[in-house]
Design a protein around this ligand. Structure first.
Ligand code: PMP
Length: 428
């Protein structure tokens, strides 16, 4: 037994499934996960010393790659002064200013510790602001694991066959209405049937948790117009897409359409645990201590997390060519996948928005959950395992996006594309 499998067995004795987050167990691809020992640039290394080109990047945060020198230097500086105070610090102010100055429609922001907390808190705020209790989410969108959002969820929940978790009380579930992504008629019908009852609609504007699927322009406009008409708060969940599809995130891809609240996570923590939600000042001002909505956190705005996030956003903001590079790489990867598919007669659909990219084993176009779900999962498993053997570390599910980072080189990408070609040539 190799070291990873031995550690996995030990872990299973003391942690449910041996992990602290389900997707890491690789049960979706029927294999033991490698235990990762370290990361450097575009690569990670497991406990055996195997080297992998990393297309997971901690599931999104590591857009600068592993061990970015500015992030590491910043963390070293902070750690000497202390790791946490539970008191206001200058870096929190600087981080909030950086976000408010960089992002459209973010007039005020509050830091939390995860994307789950961000969406959960944004919903509470929307319910308080409107005095209503129902929410609408879209099938296959994932917004973390708070009770009201773990309904027809995407991502790990979907991969593990539990888009609706046990333990979510029925009465909470009843207040979460699910709509079809990119389907305005469906949304209209839901709004008509629940007049004056819906507080908020939450959506991944560029979804990454049912593979990559984005709102059509028409849907985005209709969604904003309809929510406005019905007095419903529109929440964009940009936990994954924020600072990923472009510096200003998915909202910049739909100019002239302003959400009321936006949630962030992943990249804004530079690899440390962070989330944030922000938006309209009149809504955000309902938060304690200046308003009646309670929300708090012992480690919220933690100095290490703020500094890692600040260095990351600062670097991204100053280097617009990073996004051009990421997009060019994703485009090259897309072409590589499509060409390999053609060459070896493997039906593939690649969805890509900027540098957010995913592949589905189907020849049908994929623009909603049903489309994603119809792709060949069995073939994905075989593909995933063979790619791992080639030294390419992918997210272990067709419902996840691939994450590129700025440390990847032309040579790395060529290596990945040749591996895809070899693996496709042997797919049953
Ligand atoms: N929203 C989206 C769009 C996400 O992709 C995720 C995590 N993958 C979350 C929310 C939850 O974030 P976290 O895992 O930090 O709680």
């Amino acid at each position: 037994m190799n070291k990873s499998s031995a550690y996995f067995e030990r872990s299973k004795g003391v942690m449910p499934g041996g992990v602290n987050s389900p997707a890491r167990a690789f049960s979706s691809v029927d294999m033991d996960p490698p235990f990762i020992e370290r990361g450097e640039g575009a690569y990670i290394y497991d406990e055996e010393g195997n080297k992998y080109l990393d297309f997971v990047g901690s599931w999104g945060p590591l857009i600068l790659g592993h061990g970015d020198e500015d992030v590491v230097k910043g963390l070293e500086e902070v750690i000497k002064k202390g790791t946490s105070f539970g008191a206001p610090t200058k870096i929190e102010m600087e981080m909030a200013e950086l976000m408010v100055d960089s992002l459209p429609n973010v007039e005020m922001v509050r830091m939390v510790n995860s994307g789950t907390e961000a969406t959960m808190s944004a919903l509470r705020l929307a319910k308080a602001f409107t005095g209503r209790s129902k929410i609408v989410k879209f099938e296959g969108n994932y917004h973390g694991h708070s009770d009201s959002l773990l309904i027809k969820a995407g991502s790990g929940a979907l991969t593990h066959g539990v888009p609706d978790s046990l333990g979510v009380p029925e009465e909470i579930g009843r207040n979460t209405l699910t709509a079809n992504y990119n389907d305005l008629d469906n949304l209209k019908a839901i709004f008509e049937a629940n007049k004056e009852e819906i507080a908020a609609v939450i959506i991944e504007p560029v979804a990454g948790n049912m593979g990559v699927i984005s709102m059509t322009e028409e849907f985005a406009r209709g969604l904003r117009a309809l929510t406005k008409e019905h007095g419903i708060i529109l929440i964009y969940d940009e936990v994954m897409s924020g600072f990923r599809v472009s510096f200003q995130g998915a909202q910049s891809l739909y100019p002239g359409i302003a959400p009321d609240l936006i949630c962030y996570g992943k990249i804004i923590g530079g690899g440390l645990p962070v989330g944030a939600f922000g938006g309209r000042k009149d809504i955000m001002s309902m938060l304690g201590p200046i308003g009646p909505v309670y929300q708090a956190g012992t480690l919220s705005g933690n100095p290490l997390a703020m500094r890692a996030g600040f260095e990351t956003l600062n670097k991204l903001g100053k280097n617009p060519e990073f996004y051009k590079k990421l997009e060019a790489m994703a485009e090259k990867l897309e072409q590589g996948i499509l060409q390999a598919g053609e060459r070896h007669r493997i039906p593939v659909t690649v969805n890509r928005v900027g540098a957010m990219i995913s592949l589905f084993f189907t020849d049908q176009s994929v623009r909603d959950f049903n489309g994603a779900n119809a792709a060949d999962q069995q073939r994905f498993k075989t593909y995933f395992k063979a790619m791992l053997e080639e030294g390419i570390y992918l997210p272990p599910s067709q419902f996840e996006a691939l994450f590129l980072n700025v440390q990847m080189t032309e040579e790395d990408l060529n290596q990945a594309i040749s591996a895809i070609d070899r693996v496709f040539s042997e797919l049953p």
